[in-house]
Design a protein around this ligand. Sequence first.
Ligand code: FAQ
Length: 329
Amino acid sequence: MYGSASTHDIPANAATGLENEDPIKLAEFEARIARGEKIEPNDWMPGLYRKQLTRMIEQHAHSEIIGSLPEGTWITRAPGFRRKMAQMAKVQDEVGHAQLLYSAAETLGKTREQMLSDLINGKSKYSNVFNYPAFTWADSNVISWLIDAGAIVNQMANAKGSYGPYCRALERICAEESFHLKYGHDAVVHLATGTPTQRRMIQEALNRWWPPIMTFFGPSDKMSTHTEILMRWKVKMASNDECRQQFLDMYVPKIWELGLTVPDPKLRKNEDGVWEFTEPDWEDFKRVINGDGPCNKERLAVRRAAEENGAWVRRALLSPKAKYVRPLA
Ligand code: FAQ
């Protein structure tokens, strides 16, 4: 069984990870992918496909669970009962997505315990955007609208990918994310069409979140380590730059429609339909994803505390004395 899927197990050059594979099996596997077939857990797959998928699905699961934290802190402070209810439901959905994704990653051989341990020990990554603070209610609304929008762009594409369990999880996740997107849009519209103070709040939140959002889709294609092999095997169905462009195309007009501005003087759509923008600060991005962002320590501390506080429940459930709560054999 495949034990650890840390990034360190993945060769920097994709081709070097394939030299020990049986060429006939590899060719059959790639032919299946070319025909658009789904690969299922018990099917033959190259070790590198298994490692890459485990890495990506695991990071995605961690992103959902850590991603629930910035919005989670706003449940008790959301303005009014209805917003509180909706915020709570959204946060619960995000945690549910993590459960679906951990289950999908487990089909590749890595245990959930190992994945959670790699998360709290800082060995595994999760999305850069969740290492920033949600200072105000407006920040939480920007997350609900634009981070969910970015997630949908990426995940709708990948739901048509090659690995069955991941694609099925993504289909369900995207359906729920669509509600989140509408909820986030509604909350942003409320502030953007509200009092001058509310408009200022939402503009300031957008200004804070724009740089992390621009890096949410990953480094530019020329800097991306994994895109080539992941697209060859239809795990990623669109490159980082393609997703970024699609996001800009779909959401910049909607931002402008609300009379809000995007804090990038270079942002414009060329005559050939390509969006130009200020190159994100990739050095800063690297620092954030490697543990040195504004909230990395705080996020992992919360997750670690949840792990420790829940330990007695897991022990109790696994105890031989817990026969009344275990399913009958
Ligand atoms: N953040 O070679 P690439 C959500 C790392 S879900 C952190 O381009 P790849 C829902 C990458 O891991 C959000 N790290 O990598 C929600 C690699 O490092 P490694 C998450 C990043 O895999 C909403 C290195 O940089 N979505 O938001 C990021 O081909 C609201 C080189 O990069 C997914 O996970 C980043 N943004 O492409 C929840 C979707 N970008 O592993 C709550 C699935 C790159 O070698 C509230 N994942 N890195 O150490 C993917 O589509 C891909 O993995 C990418 C990255 C596109 C994220």
